[in-house]
Write a protein that binds this ligand. Sequence first.
Ligand code: FEO
Length: 395
Amino acid sequence: MKKHVKNNVYWLGKVDWELRKFHGEELSTHKGSSYNSYLIQEEKNVLIDTVWAPFAEDFVDNLAKEIDLDKIDFIVANHGEIDHSGALPALMKRIPDKPIYCTANAVKSLKGQYHSDWNFKIVKTGDKISIGNGKELIFLEMQMLHWPDSMATYLTGDNILFSNDAFGQHLATEQLFNDKVDQCDLFYESLKYYANILTPYSAMLRKKLSEITALNLPIEIIATSHGVIWRDNPMQIVEKYAQWANDYRENQISIIYDTMWNGTKLLAEKIAEGIKSVDTDVVVKIYNISKCDYNDLISEVFKSKTVVMGSPTINNSILHSVAGFIYLIKELKFKGKKAAAFGCYGWSGESVKIITQLMAEAGFEVMEDSFKNQWNPDVDAQKAAVEFGKNIAKY
Ligand code: FEO
């Protein structure tokens, strides 16, 4: 059933309460998600985006209950990724000749995924189309936010920015608007979404935010494609994005490790003790990678000014959990963060050298001193780990 957004604009997406993993198994979505589609019913009837493929048939059936499908004048595909375009094949079977407005790159992604030559109308930033009653849609390319084909669409008169993935959250809710949901959930999921999906594109995002601001379009509502619609002070999420896109860090040091026989774990605790002994303001958090959700942990890395990474040595190397997590960090191209390495070993002791190298390759400024300890830390080694923590606090 459609839900009213504003004037002649309606939501008719899918709330996916069950979703726990997104992008295959890559991204945890503890609170589900939604795929938001919008129907604008002015003199022209316009559908903006659809839903993920498993919900395609239901989506088209529901849409047909709300409007005679033949009365849809055109579709806007802001982004070709399957969570928003997944119902296009089912819909286009019913209305095969209707135009689909999208970017040139979206034609590539839609053709590449669905192998159908629909009636594409390519648009670029600044292109406009009248939908009657004095209202227009203005298209804004949003390259790399987060795909090369991404676009936003602005509705004049109602002053709604249909932003697609940007400003979204993986948050299932029957409430449509940002002022109606738990604010902790909302901002936790918004930050996690940014940290895990948008961090690599922060430089492009900064530029895009400036471009949007320069257009001077009044924005009363930001209608995203995941989670809630921002109607209460919608610019608050734009301001958050401006902060997050600017090499974001809080006064936080995260100690992230894995351990085999708890020696490296004990070092983590002692390092934390050292940091806290010289800096009572800094937030210190300790995480065992193997007991954490990787994507939640990425949110902690995102908030950290320094990441202290630990692994024991195994097979002349490091635990695969640590290696895999550093690889994920590297993909996300964090900027302006520091790191340090530590770990226990029994025989050869290569782990700290390897962590130092990997964290440097991931773009972190790595402290020259690292801390390694042979066998389980005795009292002296524990004291030395505390001293190492003090040095990290001053680094
Ligand atoms: Fe990039 Fe929500 O899809």
